[in-house]
Design a protein around this ligand. Structure first.
Ligand code: PA5
Length: 446
């Protein structure tokens, strides 16, 4: 049974269920193409069945390596970018409390997970290496191509630091590589230095790879249950495959609704969360949809907002600005903890009307009030409900968004599994840096 549900009654002032039903046949065709691995980019549809084929020996290996890494590390550095970074961070940050309070008795505390190779800032990487001077650490380097500049440069810096600290032999047990099965510089380097390697399946692209070792190893190292995550994804996969009618299939419905709104001039979608721990889930979603749909001069611009924080910055624009926006809100039923607002005999702040209520009650009313205000302000709004944030519901969310994105990309008429546009900046950067054999986009040889 799935716990996630999509609520779209606040979209109905903007699109009708009759209009939605017109997509029934088209969506059935796209879904057939996805399940039968036909259609654009079909060589990258391996993610569709990942949750149905949990590989016990892979799970055992991931869990045993995660345990070893946890025992030997105060800090684990995950080096990767884009799809080789955001999925792991999304899940880890959603499940990690905001403060390091989680006392597990005598158990060794979980290592701090730090990220590198997702940008080129010199001060960040300088400070990271200084920080690592006094820490026992492990590096997980992730790159499907094995040649992406940002993680490759960060990994060279980290390797150099690690080899001076632990020696070449000592480093071999502290570096894990996750990369393509056959190709790429990382694959070759790992083979020569004897680093343990996890392979990324050929038919799973970067932004759809969180349920492969790309996401699973860092998530397990952070102390979270990767079997539950997969179970959530599996439950959602079964639900979406089984639910044929459009109105009963939340991923197909979400995909259609966003395209209907796009066709009515709503070219920006804002994914909203009311829980700061979902910040990176929203970042992951932005990458998933942005890289999948933004091509051939088309695509909904995926933006993110974190309320109520951003109601005090973006709220004005959403309420009163250009009407090219719609919102999708992630609502979480129950926080992990309870906090009651206390009574104050003097009531100088005038807040006694809230005394005895949970902070969650206030957050919920803020969400409800905001949906009402934005719909009144002519901003379509739909909501994705999950009862709690845990491995299972995150697995559901991940698979729900992946399937929605594939269907939505097909409705839009693009290949949701390639990213040709990402190469343009790289060509120019390589030419400017004088990489042998490179030339910039205007054809200039450096
Ligand atoms: O979704 C994608 O394919 C990209 O975002 C890649 O994940 C990103 O560019 C990193 O590529 P790689 O894993 O080859 O280093």
């Amino acid at each position: 049974m799935v716990e996630l549900s999509l609520k779209y009654q606040d979209i109905l002032p903007f699109v009708s269920e009759d209009e939605l039903n017109l997509f029934e046949r088209e969506v059935a065709l796209h879904r057939k193409n996805i399940y039968q691995r036909k259609g654009k980019g079909s060589e990258f549809l391996g993610w569709v069945t990942l949750p149905d084929e949990p590989n016990e020996s892979l799970f055992l290996r991931l869990e045993s390596d995660a345990q070893k890494i946890r025992e030997q590390s105060e800090v684990v550095v995950v080096a990767g970018i884009g799809g080789s970074y955001l999925g792991a961070r999304a899940v880890i940050e959603a499940l990690t409390g905001a403060f390091p309070l989680h006392d597990k008795g005598n158990e060794k505390p979980s290592p701090t997970i730090i990220y590198a190779g997702h940008h080129l800032d010199e001060d960040y990487h300088h400070d990271l290496l200084k920080f690592l001077d006094t820490k026992d650490y492990t590096v997980i380097v992730i790159s499907k191509s094995g040649t992406t500049t940002e993680p490759a440069v960060a990994f060279r810096l980290l390797r150099d630091h690690m080899e001076s600290k632990y020696g070449v032999d000592g480093s071999a047990g502290r570096i894990y590589a996750i990369t393509d099965a056959r190709r790429g510089a990382l694959k070759q380097l790992a083979g020569e230095r004897g680093y343990p390697v996890y392979e990324i399946p050929d038919d799973v692209g970067g932004r759809y790879s969180v349920l492969t070792p790309v996401g699973l190893l860092p998530i397990a190292v952070a102390g979270f249950n990767i079997r539950e995550l997969m179970a959530g994804a599996r439950a959602m996969a079964g639900h979406l495959k089984g639910e044929q009618p459009l109105l009963k299939n939340p991923a197909a419905c979400y995909a259609v609704l966003r395209n209907m709104l796009y066709n009515k001039g709503r070219t920006t979608e804002i994914l909203v969360g009311y829980n700061p721990c979902l910040y990176y889930l929203i970042e992951w979603w932005k990458q998933l949809f942005g890289e999948s749909e933004g091509k051939d001069g088309k695509g909904i611009f995926p933006a993110g907002a974190n309320f109520t924080t951003d109601l005090h910055s973006m709220g004005q624009y959403i309420q009163d600005g250009l009407k090219n926006i719609f919102e999708t809100v992630i609502l979480v039923g129950e926080p992990a903890n309870k906090l009651i607002i206390p009574e104050d005999s003097q009531n100088l702040d005038g807040l006694n009307y809230l005394a005895g209520k949970r902070l969650q009650d206030v957050n919920e009313m803020a969400a409800r009030g905001t949906v009402m205000a934005h719909v009144d302000g002519n901003v379509p709004n739909m909501q994705i409900h999950i009862p709690v944030i845990n491995e299972k519901t995150l697995g559901e969310l991940i698979y729900f968004f992946e399937m929605s994105c594939a269907v939505s990309g097909y409705i839009l008429g693009v290949n949701p599994f390639d990213q040709p546009g990402v190469e343009a900046y790289k060509r120019n950067m390589f030419a400017l840096l004088g990489k042998p054999g490179s030339s910039s986009s205007n054809g200039r040889k450096e």
